[in-house]
Design a protein around this ligand. Structure first.
Ligand code: FAD
Length: 73
């Protein structure tokens, strides 16, 4: 989380990385997965979130939301 903070990533009140349920943070091109998101802290959850983040990254690279200000998170 400290590294994310240095990048300017917003945190929740509980100190976890704030993300949009598709693992996008407030910084375009920075995604989260795993324990840093809070919730269930288990290996299978972290791996699933990593896979989900990878899918989102792929979609975003195909259709970059940061080039459309009205759809930015
Ligand atoms: C003692 C213990 C027992 C557990 N037992 C189980 C279990 O039986 N089953 C289960 O499902 N879960 C278990 N867990 C939880 C599980 O380990 C975590 O949920 C899982 O590892 C989360 O994965 P992650 O990738 O989010 O984080 P991590 O596995 O913690 O990976 C984060 C990585 O980032 C690295 N890192 C941190 N900061 C930086 C930085 N600034 N620069 C570069 N690298 C950095 C760290 O060194 C680490 O390698 C256990 C946890 C603990 C502590």
């Amino acid at each position: 989380v400290a590294l994310a903070q240095k990048l300017g990533v917003q945190l929740t009140q509980d100190g976890y990385i704030r993300q949009d349920q598709h693992h996008r943070t407030n910084i375009p091109g920075v995604y989260s997965a795993g324990d840093v998101e809070g919730g269930y802290k288990q290996i299978v959850t972290a791996a699933g979130q990593g896979a989900g983040a990878a899918m989102t990254i792929f979609k975003d690279l195909m259709n970059p939301y940061w080039k459309k200000p009205e759809t930015a998170p």
